[in-house]
Design a protein around this ligand. Structure first.
Ligand SMILES: [Zn+2]
Length: 258
C-alpha cells in the first residue's frame, strides 16, 4: 500500500478550523487580561503620584503642592512644571506615572512635553504646565476652579479641591482621577451627549480623550484618595461631579465623571 505524503485538503481544513476555534475562545480572555493589566498599571501610577504628593505635604506643614497654577485656561489635567519635575525625580527620572496606559494616543515623550510646557510659559522659571492623563484635585491655584463644588453625594456641596493632607474627609477625599469627561459645544457634537455612555470626550488638539474606553464608550476609571489608596469605579457607578465652566477659547461646557 502506498504511503500517503503530506495532508489532504480535508485534514488541512480541519486543522485550520480548530485553530480558528481556539483563537476565538482565547482572544476575549487575552483582551480582558490586557485591559486588567492596564487598570493595574494605571492604579500603580496614581498610587505613586499620591505618595509624591504626601511626601511633599509632609515636608511643607501638610500643605499639598499646587496641581493647577493661577493660569486661567488651564484644565484639571494640566499640572505645573514644578510638580511634574518633582514627580519625575521621585520616580527615577520617568514621567510615565502621569499617563494612563489605556489612553488612546501614544504617551507623550519628555521632549514633546517639555516643548509644550515651554510654549505655555517658560520652563526655565517653571511657569509652564504639562498635559497629563489624570484630573488633579490637590491645592488648586486657579481662581475659577476653586469655586468648583461636588454636585452629587457623597461630597455634595463640598469643595472639590483639597489644600492640606490633614483636611477633613482625609480617607475619602479624591486627589486624582482618570480622565472621564465630555466637552459640549465647539469640540464635541451635542447629540453625542444624549447617551452618557457615549463619551468619547473632548479631543482637544487630538490628544486628550477619556481613558479606559471601549470604542466610544467609557468603561470607568481609577480614583486616588488623600491617603493614596486607589479604587476602580465602573462608569455605571460614576457621578457627573462637575458640569459647567470650561477654560476660555473652547466655547463649550465641560462634564467630569468619577
Ligand atoms: Zn487609567
Amino acid at each position: 500500500m502506498k504511503k500517503k505524503n503530506g495532508f489532504t485538503l480535508i485534514e488541512l481544513l480541519v486543522v485550520i478550523s480548530i485553530i480558528a476555534l481556539l483563537v476565538s475562545i482565547l482572544m476575549p480572555a487575552l483582551s480582558r487580561a490586557r485591559e486588567a493589566a492596564k487598570k493595574t498599571v494605571c492604579s500603580s501610577n496614581m498610587h505613586q503620584n499620591g505618595l509624591t504628593l504626601q511626601m511633599y505635604a509632609s515636608e511643607n506643614n501638610d500643605k499639598l503642592p499646587e496641581t493647577t497654577d493661577a493660569q486661567v485656561g488651564s484644565w484639571p489635567f494640566d499640572i505645573p512644571v514644578p510638580l511634574a519635575k518633582l514627580i519625575r525625580k521621585e520616580n527615577g527620572g520617568t514621567i510615565d506615572t502621569l499617563f494612563c496606559p489605556s489612553h488612546k494616543r501614544n504617551a507623550p515623550t519628555l521632549k514633546t512635553l517639555d516643548e509644550y510646557a515651554a510654549s505655555h510659559g517658560s520652563d526655565a522659571n517653571d511657569t509652564g504646565w504639562y498635559i497629563t492623563d489624570y484630573f488633579w484635585f490637590a491645592n488648586w491655584g486657579n481662581a475659577n476652579r476653586k469655586t468648583w463644588i461636588y454636585s452629587q453625594s457623597p461630597y455634595k456641596g463640598k469643595k472639590m479641591y483639597v489644600s492640606k493632607i490633614t483636611a477633613k474627609m482625609a480617607s475619602g477625599h479624591p486627589l486624582a482621577a482618570d480622565l472621564v469627561w465630555t466637552q459640549e459645544g465647539a469640540l464635541m457634537p451635542v447629540e453625542d451627549l444624549e447617551d452618557f455612555y457615549n463619551i468619547r470626550g473632548a479631543d482637544i488638539l487630538g490628544i486628550v480623550p477619556s481613558n479606559h474606553l471601549s470604542g466610544q464608550k467609557a468603561k470607568g476609571g481609577n480614583v486616588m484618595f488623600l491617603d493614596s489608596h486607589v479604587n476602580w469605579t465602573d462608569f455605571s457607578e460614576m457621578h457627573n461631579h462637575y458640569s459647567g465652566w470650561a477654560p476660555s477659547g473652547t466655547g463649550g461646557s465641560t462634564r467630569l465623571f468619577w
